[in-house]
Design a protein around this ligand. Structure first.
Ligand code: ARG
Length: 569
């Protein structure tokens, strides 16, 4: 496809004798299309050219040589030059590209040969899969797919919290209460109950914490019995997570978690020592970060044990060696901000500054109900992710039974719509904001929701189904795409690639969600204003092809977020 921004920048560059690369970044998209499809703010050049903006605008307009089949009109408005795209050319460019690339429309290969390591989900085994891990799984999963779409090699790492005192708690709890729980049928449920009960009781009886510590110490010392239980708990939990990951379309290339690095930390500790970074402080070993305005990064605690940061440094070095990454992203809640700042700083101090620059913490907000209260906090324990997903599916099934009981494949469709609603809700606002979790809102088929996107997609399918064909691109007369509403759609389709690139640059999947809402709404306007199926075959073919293109991009975009599209609903 032609890059119109670049064409404009090239033409301006020639007329004022400046570098095209500098100019291309100045080009804006006007807030309202009456002011053109692209605008160039001439005041950006006032200093360099030593002229008033309106004068620059006039001069450029007089001198500019730009293909009329691309830009059909240029107007001056204040200090701006407004460019109007030739609609027919753009329609042809966009729709021909859709025909060429089909569901790959919008994909590029700017990331070719680069690895992007994405640390996401990373739950703590033997503890409940908290709703915060849902956010990490969904946001990280979307980033994984977005980077792939841009040609990067995405590496998904589920850095399991599979080592730590929580195992001591569960093991002690098992010893104390195993007869009170049914460990044969719903084992994982019993384990979680034991963990929650233990955490509650130890608040009153601190001696229980000591027991848990001793149990964990046994595990650390390699006690065979303890290791066996640990392995059993890990496998049990993983099998349980797998169900959720499958529903969410989350993919991991590695499950190397904290336990994996447990026996690999000596090297890093040694390295820190050699580089003169380790300091003794109150019995602990730390890296002093005072001059960077941060509390010290503890490497060895006063009890002589390693800690979360020690393991993260070790795993980071491993990721450098294994993947030589272009980016390393950590999709983890906002409350770990300081931890990552410290770890990246220590990495830099160790002499890996080049890599430290490529590390980024991708934080996100809490999940709250519509009154702003943190989900689960009232009950004092966590909401189980799997239960939420199943509840969503159940609710959609009820809606289907009420509105369209004859629908085929009800279960399959309810799964796609229910899970899609949860995923979209998580990604619909910028990630740092708290996510509002409200069933009525997220399942509203008319709102800015996943089900709405799916509904519009299904609409495109049913129009094509009614027509009985997808026109051949060679039969499409692009001059028949004349309506303002149709041209808004063409422009949105044209920008899809840029939208995906921006989403990756900001690590912000919501840029794609917002785009999908815009596209779906634009199609809805068009569909409500004009008959796609009409007597004039040429008009019909053009409109049908546009319909097909919208459906294709809605599906590709939704899949980038991790959703699946139903073909009917
Ligand atoms: N297991 C941690 C938690 O649930 C998140 C781990 C994030 N990844 C990392 N490399 N530290 O809080």
């Amino acid at each position: 496809m032609i890059n119109i921004k670049e064409e404009i920048a090239k033409a301006i560059a020639m007329s004022v004798n400046l570098d095209e690369k500098e100019l291309v970044n100045y080009i804006e998209i006007p807030p309202n299309s009456e002011l053109g499809d692209f605008a160039f703010p001439c005041f950006k050049l006032a200093k360099e050219l030593k002229k008033a903006p309106p004068m620059i605008a006039t001069e450029i307009k007089e001198k500019i040589a730009i293909d009329e089949s691309i830009i059909e009109k240029i107007e001056i408005q204040g200090g701006y030059l407004n460019f109007y795209i030739n609609k027919q050319t753009l329609a042809k460019e966009v729709l021909t590209e859709v025909d060429n690339k089909k569901e790959k429309f919008g994909s590029v290969d700017i990331g070719k040969g680069s690895n992007v390591v994405i640390d996401y989900s990373s739950p703590n085994i033997a503890k409940p899969f908290h709703i915060g891990h849902l956010r990490s799984t969904v946001i990280g999963g979307a980033l994984y797919k977005i980077y792939k779409f841009l040609g990067y090699n995405s590496v998904g790492i589920n850095y399991l919290g599979d080592w730590g005192i929580q195992f001591g708690k569960v093991m002690t709890g098992l010893e104390l209460w195993k007869d009170e729980y049914d460990l044969t049928t719903n084992t994982i449920d019993a384990i979680l109950k034991i963990y929650v009960r233990f955490s509650k009781e130890e608040k009153e009886k601190p001696e229980m914490t000591d027991l848990a510590r001793q149990a964990f110490k046994k595990l650390e010392d390699g006690d065979a019995e303890a290791l066996k239980t640990w392995k059993w708990l890990r496998e049990l939990s993983l099998a349980n997570y797998e169900k959720t990951y499958k529903l969410l379309n989350a993919k991991f290339d590695s499950y190397n978690g904290e336990a994996y690095y447990n026996d690999k930390m000596d090297k890093v500790v040694e390295e820190l020592k050699e580089k003169g970074l380790l300091k003794d402080s109150q019995g602990a070993k730390i890296v002093d970060l005072e001059e960077f305005g941060m509390p010290p990064c503890i490497i060895i605690t006063s009890a002589g044990t390693t800690i979360y940061a020690t393991r993260d440094l070790t795993s980071l070095e491993d990721r450098i060696n294994k993947y030589d990454f272009a980016k390393a992203l950590y999709v983890v809640g906002n409350e770990q901000q300081l931890h990552f700042k410290q770890v990246f700083k220590v990495l830099e101090l160790m002499g890996y500054g080049e890599y430290a620059k490529k590390c980024e913490h991708i934080p996100f907000g809490l999940v709250v109900d519509k009154d702003g209260e943190k989900i689960g906090s009232r009950k004092g324990n966590s909401v189980l992710l799997e239960e939420i997903l199943n509840e969503a599916i159940e609710k959609v099934k009820n809606i289907i039974n009420e509105k369209n009981p004859e629908l085929e494949d009800k279960d399959e469709i309810a799964r796609k719509v229910g899970v899609g609603a949860i995923i979209f809700n998580d990604l619909s606002n910028s990630r740092i904001k708290d996510e509002i979790f409200d069933w009525d809102m997220l399942l509203n088929f008319q709102g800015e929701t996943g089900p709405y996107i799916q509904y519009i997609y299904v609409r495109t399918k049913s129009v094509l189904g009614k027509a009985g064909y997808i026109p051949n691109i060679n039969d499409v007369d692009f001059s028949k795409i004349t309506e303002k509403e149709a041209f808004s759609i063409i422009k949105l389709l044209y920008s899809f690639s840029d939208v995906a690139i921006q989403a990756a640059e900001k690590n912000e999947p919501s840029i794609i969600s917002r785009y999908l809402i815009d596209l779906a709404q634009s199609f809805s306007n068009y569909y409500n204003g004009y008959h796609i199926l009409t007597e004039d075959k040429q008009v019909q073919d053009a409109r049908l092809y546009l319909t097909y293109a919208v459906g294709t991009v809605l599906k590709t975009g939704a899949e980038l977020l991790g959703m699946e599209m139903p073909e009917r609903m």
